[in-house]
Design a binder for this molecule. Structure first.
Ligand SMILES: CCCCC/C=C\C/C=C\C/C=C\C/C=C\CCCC(=O)SCCNC(=O)CCNC(=O)[C@H](O)C(C)(C)COP(=O)(O)OP(=O)(O)OC[C@H]1O[C@@H](n2cnc3c(N)ncnc32)[C@H](O)[C@@H]1OP(=O)(O)O
Length: 217
């Protein structure tokens, strides 16, 4: 097995897969701000204990808002092209369940390049709860899956997760900053081996490894 951080082939062009591509500038900051506000709304709905009349009133307002926003919709296959001065263009889906910053369902996780891979910070609100006060294991796995997949993508080898293994060492707390790191550890034909971990206050709460299978054109 060889460790490879640079691709031996051209990065696939999403247009070749029939996906539409937009640039970061095409996303209005107002949309990011709206998504952030809706994250607070989701968290508030999950926790609220107000009177029934208040719940009925809130539902009416949200229903009307939903109708307004549905007036024009983006396709789920839209891919975002991120230009980075020190690297070639990178792609990610705009509506991504983990890192999509326009997606209120996403925490969202935002990742930056490090010497050997990617690192990001994220805080999971109570909306991501599993056991009392702790993050749901599925969301912990989702954070790792995203970071591991993005690490392969950042190394120029985007692919799909064929296999994901997660070890939960400690509970991952809610409402606390978490660090997520991931890197490519090797390649074998179309397989990209990746590993990563989540830390809280420097303490590892979960580790993951995955096999990403590179996209075949
Ligand atoms: C497409 C647009 C391009 C533009 C890019 C756009 C965006 C992406 C850019 C960057 C990435 C950024 C972020 C990434 C973010 C997200 C991460 C989230 C990832 C996901 O959320 S993703 C969804 C869940 N994921 C699936 O939905 C996969 C369903 N699945 C399949 O689509 C197929 O199953 C596939 C494609 C995996 C393989 O199919 P296939 O036909 O292409 O290849 P094949 O079967 O020949 O396997 C080839 C080699 O992988 C080995 N292999 C296969 N399966 C294995 C397994 N389970 N365990 C161990 N090894 C396995 C074989 O043994 C062989 O190995 P060997 O070379 O040694 O023979």
């Amino acid at each position: 097995m060889t460790v490879q951080t640079q691709p031996d082939a051209a990065l696939p062009d999403p247009a070749d897969f029939g996906f539409s591509v937009i640039a970061e500038d095409d996303l209005p900051p107002e949309l990011l701000a709206l998504a952030e506000q809706v994250r607070h709304l989701v968290e508030a709905v999950a926790h609220t204990d107000v009177e029934r009349e208040e719940l009925v009133a809130a539902r009416g307002m949200v229903e009307a808002l939903t109708e307004r926003l549905n007036a024009r919709r983006r396709d789920t296959t839209t891919v975002l092209k991120e230009e980075s001065p020190q690297a070639r263009a990178e792609y990610s889906t705009v509506i991504n369940a983990v890192s999509g910053d326009t997606n209120p369902a996403a925490p969202p996780l935002s990742l930056e390049r490090t010497d050997d891979g990617l690192r990001g910070e994220v805080t999971l609100s109570g909306a991501y709860q599993g056991p009392p006060g702790a993050a749901h294991g599925g969301w912990v796995a989702a954070l790792l899956d995203q970071a591991l997949g993005a690490a392969a993508g950042a190394a120029g080898m985007p692919g799909l997760t064929a296999n994901l293994n997660v070890d939960f060492h400690e509970i991952t707390p809610l409402n606390e900053p978490l660090s997520v790191e991931a890197r490519v550890t090797g390649t074998e034909r179309r397989k990209v081996f990746v590993s990563g971990e989540i830390r809280h206050n420097g303490q590892v709460t979960a580790t993951g490894t995955a096999i990403m299978v590179r996209l075949a054109l």
